[in-house]
Design a protein around this ligand. Structure first.
Ligand SMILES: CC(C)(COP(=O)(O)OP(=O)(O)OC[C@H]1O[C@@H](n2cnc3c(N)ncnc32)[C@H](O)[C@@H]1OP(=O)(O)O)[C@@H](O)C(=O)NCCC(=O)NCCS
Length: 210
C-alpha cells in the first residue's frame, strides 16, 4: 500500500497520524503553509506546501488533515486540488473502529478510533467520522461532513453535504439535515432541519442563520 501524504499539519493531523499508525499505514510526510515547512508533527516532517501535491501523485496517496467546525471551505479546496492534480485520496479506518462490510465509505474519508459504522450506512467523500461516533444502520452522510467526537447518528438519518455535527450530539432516528448545517455540541436533533444555519440545544433550534 502506498504511503500517505497528509495535507494540513494541525491538531486533526495529529489524530489522523494516530489512526494511520494504528493500521500500520506509513506516513511519508505532511504538506502545510510555507511557514511550517521544515518543522514536524509527531516526528513526521512537513516536507512542502500544497503546491507540491503533484510531486507525490505516483508514489503516495493523500488525506486532507485539516479539520473544521463552521466552514469546510479549506478542506474542500485541498480535496479538489488533489483530485485536479490526478492524486488518489485514501480511505482510512482506525484499528479500534468497526465498519460493517455492508457500509460504504467514500474516498478521503477517515473513521477515527472507537467509531462504529453499522450495516447499510453510506458515508460520502472527505468526511471525518470522529472518535467514538456511532453511525447507525442505513444512515447517509454527505460529502465534506465532520461528525464530531462521540456523536450518535441514529438509524436512517440523512445528513447533507458540508455539515458539522458537534460532539456528543444525538440525531433521532430518520432525521434529515440539509446541506451547510452546523449542530452545536451536545444538541438533540429531533426534527428535520431544512434551512442552513447553526442549530443548538435540546431540542436543537436555529441560533444563527447562514
Ligand atoms: C455551535 C457552535 C459552533 C457555535 O459557535 P458560535 O458561532 O461561536 O456561536 P455562539 O457561541 O456565539 O452561540 C450562539 C448561540 O447558540 C448557543 N449555543 C452555542 N452552542 C450551543 C450548544 N452546544 N448548546 C446549546 N446552545 C448553544 C449560545 O448560547 C448562543 O445562544 P444565544 O444567542 O441565545 O446567547 C459552538 O458552540 C459549538 O458547539 N462548537 C462545536 C464544539 C465541538 O463539538 N468541537 C468538537 C471538535 S472535534
Amino acid at each position: 500500500m502506498k504511503p500517505l501524504i497528509l495535507i494540513g499539519g494541525g491538531g486533526h493531523c495529529q489524530s489522523v497520524i494516530e489512526v494511520a499508525e494504528s493500521t500500520g499505514r506509513a506516513v511519508q510526510g505532511i504538506l502545510d503553509i510555507p511557514e511550517e515547512v521544515g518543522k514536524d508533527v509527531l516526528g513526521y516532517p512537513i516536507i512542502g506546501t500544497d503546491d507540491q501535491i503533484v510531486n507525490y501523485i505516483d508514489t503516495c496517496e493523500f488525506l486532507i488533515t485539516v479539520g473544521f467546525i463552521k466552514d469546510p471551505a479549506l478542506r474542500m479546496k485541498l480535496f479538489n486540488r488533489v483530485c485536479e492534480a490526478g492524486g488518489t485520496l485514501a480511505t482510512l479506518i482506525a484499528s479500534t473502529a468497526y465498519v460493517s462490510r455492508h457500509a460504504f465509505l467514500g474516498k478521503g474519508t477517515v473513521v477515527m478510533h472507537h467509531a462504529f459504522v453499522n450495516a447499510g450506512a453510506r458515508i460520502g467523500e472527505n468526511v471525518i467520522i470522529n472518535t467514538f461516533c456511532n453511525i447507525e444502520h442505513g444512515a447517509c452522510i454527505g460529502d465534506q461532513c465532520h461528525i464530531s467526537t462521540g456523536t450518535m447518528v441514529n438509524g436512517d438519518c440523512k445528513i447533507g453535504n458540508d455539515c458539522f455535527i458537534g460532539s456528543q450530539s444525538v440525531l433521532a432516528n430518520g432525521v434529515c439535515i440539509c446541506n451547510d448545517t452546523v449542530v452545536g455540541a451536545g444538541s438533540l436533533v429531533r426534527k428535520n432541519i431544512i434551512r442552513p444555519g447553526i442549530y443548538s440545544g435540546n431540542p436543537a433550534i436555529l441560533k444563527i442563520k447562514k
